[in-house]
Structure formats: structure tokens, C-alpha cells
Design a binder for this molecule. Structure first.
Ligand SMILES: Cc1ncc(COP(=O)(O)O)c(C=O)c1O
Length: 454
């Protein structure tokens, strides 16, 4: 049994109080963890409590917390210059562009627009798709999360509270079901791949009945759905979607903000499906935690002229230096590690599933793994798939009290998304705490910590 930490400690409580006075209450804090410092997968709070970080700052600290090489690159760049703006040129920006060109998931040359966040990468993709095609309409997916600025928010469809109070949104997004193999909502013909069924629905019910294909600029899709529940589509989905896009001259835009940058054991999750997209949205893990994103597109698509899109901080030198070093580290060690540790985690979690009726589904690629919880007294009852949001929440908190940081996604899923640098020992230790939390939650245990600090 792991020691139960007394959380939040006195120093944490004092900071929570100050936070409440001056920071926007809209931030959805998971639980009252107040960071002091971190190294690799280890983090410490301000009261000296130690945790293993299986959330990586929402899948961001790809090389682990404060990797020495990344820290050094930021320090060196800061001493040279911190900012000059996108009105000028500098080498760290170009170097990053060259590296993104090397790892982009298509043959054609890649041209990148650097951003400061995931949502801004999505905004850039929306604008470029409209500009390039001259069309205004898009297809997005139920359960999607693409960000919270007006354009990306219009595609986001994972929870109604993201939209509540913010209408009108951007016009022109038609949502269709995401191909969730565990919870399909469309009928399939016998033997048909569910992903193909979804594409057939888009073709026949959407393009065939309401949305003229010539008006459609792009289809925006999270290659693996993140916030919506870490959902991996069936193998037939992307090949069929690519064929549809080719047939109707629609751009295939993949949002790899969460699934990209090596998280799934390949640079981009779309590579697992053997399909080349037209535009890739990147963010999160790209710079180990420095705020950076990129919209990476085939050169032939980037037809917008000088001045049509820009930003003050685009290509920020500190963020670019961090990103180039992040890419080097992932290439050298962590891509392979993410694939290996991901396989190990899936093996351990599948074994765990055999012992715990509340685990309805385990799925994922590399270190992007979802564990979905259902109401079931015994293994036989698991097939009802009734979501257990309360148990999921208790597992997150019980794990937190025992020194493990995890985050939920969807209604009743926990995401396992540690740094790509995680060691075998850390992975096993963290999953051990995870199982302890599940065992306790199944027995009805209530965490001592409650609420998110508010
Ligand atoms: C798939 C995906 N796209 C876009 C975003 C938005 O990124 P940001 O919060 O950096 O704006 C997120 C954030 O969680 C995401 O998971």
C-alpha cells in the first residue's frame, strides 16, 4: 500500500487561496496539485510531496520535465535574444521549419506556420483551407476537441459547456459521428469496418443529402480523439476518408496536437494508418512545454499570399530552440521508448482489466492510452458498458493521494500519457498505484481530497 499524502498541504493551500482571488475561475483544475519542480517523470509539490506524472501537463512534457538539453537550449537562446517578432528572420525558426519538414507525414515538401498553442494551429488550418479552396464549409466530429478560440471552438464537440454562453460560433461546421469502435452509433453491414461505415455516412447522408461537396474546404479530425476519450479509430477509417477527400477535392486536416510529436511511437498517429494528410496541426509536446504550435501543410496547399496570416510571437526563438532539441531527443531515444513503454503499458493494463470488472476498455497507441470505466459488479456485467463517471473520478483522486498524477478524458475514461522518456520502473510503479486506486474505488472508497481546489 502506498502512503496517503495529506493534500493539499499548508503551502499549497495558501497558494490556492491567492489563486482564487486573481486567476480566472474558468480554468478547470483537475485537483489541487501545486507544482514546485519536476525532473523527467518526477514532480514535487510546494509541500515537498513527490508524484509520478502520468499526465505530462496534458501530454506536453514529451522529453520529461526540464530535460537538461532543452533547458540549456532555452538558456543559451535567452542569452542571445528572446524576441524579435515575425517581422524579421532568425535561424532557430528556420531550423525548426527544416526539422518539421523532415518529420512531416507526407512526401511533399512541408511548409510550417508557427503558432503559440494548439488552438492557434487549428485556426491557421481553418483559414488556410478556406483560402486555398475558396470553399467555406467543414466537416468535424462529435466528441472532438480542437481548442477554445472561436474557429476551433466551433469544431469542438466533446462537452456542451464549451459552447454554453458563447454563441454564435463560426458558421459552417457539420458534425458527424467519430468512429468509436467501443461505442458505435451507426449501423455497420456484416463484416464492414466501422470506420468505413462512418465515411459512407459522410458521403451518402451528408454530402449526398445536405452539404454540396464543392462548398466543403476540409475535414478536420483528431487522428486519435483525445479529450473526447482517447479513442482509436478502426483501421479502415483513414484510408476511406483519404479516398473521399481525393474524390471530392476536400482537404484532409489532421489535428495531431495531442497525438503527434512521437506520443504514439511514431512521429504522427496518422502514420499508423498509412495515409498522408494535407495539413497537420501540432502543439503540446512539440517544445517540451514551451508554448508553441505549428500548422504544417503540403507546400502546394500553402497558396496564401504575403500578409494574409501572421502573429507577433510566431517562431519565438526560445520556443523554437526548445522544439528543435525536443525533436532531436525524440528522434534519438524517445520515439522508440514511447513505442516500447506503450506496448508494456498496454500489456499491464490488459492484465489489470482481467482482474477489474470496472475496466470496460483499454485502448491506445504508444503512450496515448485510455482506460474506460463502466458500472459492473463482476466481469460478466461489463458488456453493458454503462459509463461510470463517479468511479473514474474517484480513481483519479485516490491515485493523486497516493502520488500519481492522471487526468480524465471523455465522461468516464482516464488517460495514461506520461512523458515519452518514462522508464520501465516508473511505468510499473505508476501503474501499481493506478491499480491500487482502482481496487479501492471498486470497494467504494472515497478519496480524502475533494474538489479541484476551488
Ligand atoms: C487535439 C487537440 N487540439 C487542440 C487543442 C488545443 O490546444 P491548446 O490548448 O494549446 O490551445 C488540444 C488541447 O487539449 C487538443 O487536445
Amino acid at each position: 500500500m502506498n502512503t496517503i499524502l495529506n493534500l493539499p498541504g499548508p503551502k499549497a493551500r495558501a497558494i490556492l487561496e491567492r489563486d482564487h482571488a486573481v486567476i480566472s475561475p474558468s480554468y478547470a483544475r483537475a485537483y489541487p496539485f501545486v507544482m514546485d519542480h519536476g525532473r523527467g517523470t518526477d514532480v514535487w509539490d510546494v509541500d515537498g510531496n513527490h508524484f509520478l506524472d502520468f499526465a505530462a501537463g496534458i501530454a506536453v512534457t514529451s522529453t520529461g520535465h526540464s530535460h537538461p538539453q532543452v533547458v540549456k537550449a532555452i538558456q543559451q537562446q535567452a542569452e542571445a535574444f528572446i524576441h524579435i517578432s515575425s517581422d524579421y528572420y532568425h535561424e532557430p525558426w528556420v531550423t525548426l521549419g527544416e526539422k518539421l519538414n523532415q518529420i512531416a507525414p507526407f512526401e511533399e515538401q512541408a511548409v510550417s506556420f508557427m503558432t503559440n498553442s494548439g488552438t492557434e494551429s487549428v485556426e491557421a488550418a481553418i483559414k488556410l483551407a478556406r483560402y486555398h479552396t475558396g470553399a467555406s464549409q467543414f466537416i468535424g466530429f462529435l466528441g472532438a476537441f480542437h481548442g477554445r478560440s472561436m474557429g476551433s471552438l466551433s469544431f469542438t464537440a466533446s462537452k456542451p459547456h464549451y459552447h454554453e454562453g458563447f454563441y454564435p460560433l463560426m458558421n459552417g461546421v457539420t458534425h458527424v459521428p467519430y468512429p468509436n469502435p467501443y461505442r458505435p452509433i451507426l449501423a455497420c453491414r456484416p463484416g464492414q469496418d466501422y470506420g468505413e461505415a462512418v465515411v459512407e455516412y459522410i458521403e451518402h447522408q451528408i454530402l449526398g443529402q445536405t452539404l454540396p461537396h464543392r462548398e466543403v474546404a476540409g475535414i478536420l479530425v483528431e487522428t486519435i480523439q483525445g479529450e473526447g476519450g482517447y479513442i482509436v479509430p478502426p483501421p479502415g477509417f483513414y484510408p476511406a476518408l483519404r479516398r473521399l477527400c481525393d474524390q471530392y477535392d476536400i482537404l484532409l486536416i489532421v489535428d495531431e496536437v495531442q497525438s503527434g510529436m512521437g506520443r504514439t511511437g511514431k512521429w504522427w498517429a496518422i502514420e499508423h494508418f498509412g495515409v498522408e494528410p494535407d495539413i497537420v496541426c501540432a502543439g503540446k509536446g512539440i517544445a517540451s512545454g514551451m508554448p508553441l504550435g505549428a500548422m504544417i501543410a503540403r507546400k502546394s496547399v500553402v497558396t496564401w499570399p504575403l500578409g494574409s496570416h501572421g502573429n507577433t510571437y510566431g517562431g519565438n526563438p526560445l520556443a523554437c530552440a526548445a522544439a528543435s532539441n525536443t525533436i532531436d531527443l525524440i528522434e534519438k531515444q524517445y520515439l522508440k521508448n514511447a513505442a516500447e513503454m506503450g506496448d508494456l503499458a498496454l500489456d499491464i493494463l490488459n492484465e489489470m482489466m482481467a482482474r477489474h470488472p470496472s475496466i470496460g476498455d483499454v485502448r491506445g497507441m504508444g503512450l496515448m492510452i485510455g482506460v474506460e470505466f463502466v458500472k459492473a459488479k463482476d466481469i460478466a456485467a461489463r458488456h453493458t458498458k454503462e459509463p461510470d463517471a463517479d468511479l473514474r473520478e474517484r480513481v483519479v483522486y485516490l491515485a493523486f493521494e497516493r502520488g500519481l498524477l492522471t487526468l480524465g478524458c471523455g465522461k468516464n475514461t482516464i488517460r495514461i500519457s506520461p512523458p515519452l522518456s518514462i522508464t520501465r520502473t516508473e511505468l510499473e510503479e505508476g501503474l501499481h498505484i493506478f491499480e491500487e486506486a482502482i481496487t479501492l474505488a471498486e470497494k467504494g472508497a472515497q478519496p480524502h481530497v475533494s474538489g479541484n481546489g476551488h
